[in-house]
Design a protein around this ligand. Structure first.
Ligand SMILES: [Mg+2]
Length: 230
């Protein structure tokens, strides 16, 4: 019999390409809160959590970092993200090939479909509602659960097991992501990882980094089989 399975999907570069709405929104938040739209200019966002991006950017502009300072910035970020999404041209914002089919197939098999993302929950909701994907995901590990990706992935996996009414060690857990950080987080909790070359890293680079499987996208031969564990 198939093991109960928890899938945790990353968002940016994995489910969707957003045309940079998240970066623009956090830059505007830094502009509004600190007059420094350039605070994030040296920070690479791929695979990072929202809180760690915010912390690094505060350090970059030499503002004392406090948890409440990060909270305030992230609240403003959410408001700016809503505005960015309203203004975003549809051509720049799209769901990656194979995502819809993968979601349908996993659902048909009764798998727990969740998110494993550095986005704070509200940001994840906004980004996915924009393309009508959010309704498929009833739980996840988010950027407000923990600043470290491995820990938020762990929370997501625990919630997925709860959804299935199983203990976590009875479940197969699969992390689907587009960066080496997704692969590392999966390894950190003993989960499988599927790397997708739809973000800034190629499938080959993700495979080399130790992904259990890696594909150009979820339409590639073998991708669905790897996901479903058939
Ligand atoms: Mg990503």
């Amino acid at each position: 019999m198939r093991r109960p399975t928890v899938l945790l999907f990353d968002i940016d570069g994995t489910l969707v390409t957003t045309g940079g709405v998240g970066r623009r929104a956090i830059e505007r938040a830094f502009h509004r809160c600190h007059g420094r739209p350039d605070a994030c200019s040296l920070i690479r966002f791929d695979g990072m959590t929202d809180r760690s991006i915010t912390r690094l950017a505060l350090q970059a502009i030499e503002v004392e970092v406090t948890e409440s300072g990060i909270d305030t910035l992230l609240e403003v970020y959410i408001a700016e993200l809503e505005a960015e999404l309203r203004a975003s041209p549809p051509d720049n914002y799209r769901v990656h090939h194979g995502v819809d089919r993968a979601i349908d197939a996993a659902r048909e098999r009764g798998m727990a479909l969740g998110l494993g993302t550095g986005n704070v929950l509200e940001g994840a909701r906004l980004k996915l509602q924009h393309v009508d994907l959010y309704r498929h995901f009833s739980f996840g590990g988010f950027g407000d659960d923990h600043e470290l990706r491995v820990e938020l992935i762990r929370r997501g996996a625990e919630r997925g097991a709860e959804k299935l009414g199983k203990k976590l060690d009875e479940c197969r857990v699969v992390i689907i992501g587009d960066t080496p950080k997704d692969v590392d987080a999966a390894r950190g909790i003993g989960a499988e990882s599927i790397g997708v070359g739809t973000g800034s890293f190629s499938a080959a680079a993700l495979r080399e980094h130790g992904a259990t499987y890696a594909f150009d996208d979820l339409t590639a031969p073998g991708a669905l089989t790897a996901l479903l564990g058939d």
